[in-house]
Design a protein around this ligand. Sequence first.
Ligand code: NAD
Length: 294
Amino acid sequence: MTTIAFIGLGHMGLPMARNLLKAGFALRVFDLVQSTVDSLAIEGATAAASAAEAVAGAEVVVSMLPASRHVEGLYLGNSSLMAQIAPGSLVLECSTIAPESARKVHAAASARGVAMLDAPVSGGTAGAAAGTLTFMVGGQAETLERARPVLSAMGKNLFHAGPDGAGQVAKVCNNQLLAVQMIGTAEALALGVANGLDAATLAEIMRQSSGGNWVLEKYNPWPGVMENAPASKGYSGGFMSQLMAKDLGLAQEAAQLTASSTPMGALALQLYRLLLKQGHGELDFSAVQKLFVE
Ligand code: NAD
């Protein structure tokens, strides 16, 4: 049985780790928050007291952390986890981070004789729970084939985006588009309601018309329109606005590097920064609706 170390059991990591357990993998888990480690231990995982303890004896390491600094800090920082991962093992780094950070971790993995993929995901917490995530993979095609049984236990679509870091480039492009769709949808809903329409009626009209998009299908930002969307649960759960702001910042960095023109992405970043300044950074990113109604 393959032993997997899973590091980072937050909104996404916890359900992803659960699916690995369900698929029959032996799991060693670590997070800075002890309660999440404990809850997975009750479900059959082995609790580790540190990341180093989690990777000892593991053939595969999966990490799901907030941002570049956490990933670089874990693998390359003072305690340098990479030096403690056995040569010949496989690292699947699933966080959304800067392509350049991913490439630094790839280089350290390669120097250690460890295979690695940057494998950020799309599909949200619902996709993580259902095991239907999309993985956007950067690294060698043969490494993806090796990782396929593990990734398939957590996701449905596995895309090879290109070489080291390419998964992260695909992810920031996707999230920039998602943010623009979310803001545009929130703005249109507020406009309609201000002009006398019912939010649910307008949402359904647009969903079935040329304005239809993923946000209207699955993630409506207006409270009460979609029972299971974060908007209907006080914008709790889901994907925090501060993480969306981070991803939009990564998109702007990528644009800067290539002198790409990304005015919609730049505006989306500014609007999310405003939302953060209003104290809503920990709310789901659909809380951008608040900018248009309060
Ligand atoms: P989160 O903040 O809920 O979880 C991150 C977890 O990492 C936390 O439990 C934290 O304690 C842990 N952590 C941080 N540093 C650590 C360390 N050094 N060692 C061990 N654990 C550590 O974030 P999330 O929503 O699960 O997102 C994780 C990543 O996935 C982010 O990069 C995010 O951009 C990306 N993502 C999130 C979603 C979503 O819908 N939430 C969707 C796609 C991608």
